[in-house]
Design a protein around this ligand. Structure first.
Ligand code: UTP
Length: 289
């Protein structure tokens, strides 16, 4: 079945970026001139997704507002002749059919995804984590969907992480299938040294078959007392196997301060409006370091 639905979990507490995220969702933190969740929605749309469910919670209403029309702003831009900006603004609200549902308690990523059961309605879903922005010519979500179409198994987007960082992520047992695609037969969330399966970790993207929802209903709280998506996906991996795609593209973790800074600098260096001035500025600054 064609993957046309995506879920963006955005109901985390964002404690690593406090106080910025006290009143503002981390998914709305900008990279140059767009909130990070817009990059993620654009990636989904470029991957063939038409319907997107954003999992939110209290205080995240501005995410919905961002993808809505803004008649007062549009008429102000129209009367001041700023047509290019006007069209750009309208396009944001036409990107996809956007739905939201609240995760009423912050019980973990697996619990957040379980809220999408009726939206999925028996179809596979792409999952794009709300704080992971991936920039590249070939959308990461599309690379995973292509693997889903080819192998008919759930897919995780992976990268190798530094050995000293593996305990912060998941660790996967993988065997190579072709180029950057692997078969995954086991996984563990935040392993200690004795349980590391490899340095491949799931980073921000997956495509899940409809069975995931029944599995999630029976998934017990894991690391940190949270219902972990990795624990549910592990069941898929050990029973049927999953596919792991070492995706092309640069991933920025917008859930931590350094990730936000890297994204800002690298995107600004390519942004048509500011790149030249910004490069000159950075060169000046670098001399003083
Ligand atoms: P994180 O664990 O990175 O998000 O979850 P967090 O809880 O906001 O992070 P910190 O540790 O407090 O800074 C990865 C993704 O899962 C979502 C988050 O919004 C993020 O996109 N998430 C996490 C939920 O939607 N619900 C949850 O209960 C937990």
């Amino acid at each position: 079945m064609k993957v046309t639905k995506a879920v963006i979990p955005a109901a985390g507490l964002g404690t690593r970026v406090l106080p910025a995220t006290k009143a503002m969702p981390k998914e709305m933190l900008p990279i140059v001139d767009k909130p990070s969740i817009q990059y993620i929605v654009e990636e989904a749309v470029k991957s063939g997704i038409t319907d997107i469910l954003i999992i939110t919670n209290r205080g995240k209403g501005i995410i919905e507002d961002h993808f809505d029309r803004t008649p007062y702003l549009e008429s102000a831009l129209e009367s001041s002749g700023k047509t290019e900006l006007l069209e750009e603004l309208k396009a944001v609200s036409d990107l996809a059919n956007i739905y939201t549902i609240r995760q009423k308690e912050t019980k973990g990523l697996g619990h957040a995804i379980s809220r999408a059961k009726s939206f999925a309605a028996g179809e596979p879903i792409a999952v794009l984590y709300g704080d992971d922005v991936i920039i590249g010519d070939n959308p990461a979500c599309k690379q995973l969907i292509d693997a889903y179409d080819k192998y008919g198994l759930g897919v995780v987007g992976v990268k190798e992480v530094k050995p000293e960082d593996i305990h912060k992520y998941s660790s996967l047992k993988v065997d190579k299938l072709e180029d950057n695609i692997y078969k995954c037969t086991d996984m563990i969330e935040k392993p200690d040294d004795a349980h590391v399966l490899s340095y491949f970790s799931i980073l921000g993207r997956c495509v899940l078959p409809p069975e995931i929802f029944d599995i999630l209903e029976n998934t017990k709280p894991g690391v940190g007392g949270e219902i972990q998506l990795t624990d549910a996906m592990r069941e898929l991996a050990v029973t049927k196997g999953m596919t792991a795609v070492d995706f092309e593209g640069v991933r920025y973790d917008m859930g931590n301060k350094l990730g936000i800074l890297k994204a800002t600098v690298e995107v600004a260096l390519k942004h048509p409006e500011v790149k030249d001035d910004f490069r000159a500025y950075l060169k000046e600054i670098a001399k003083t370091l």
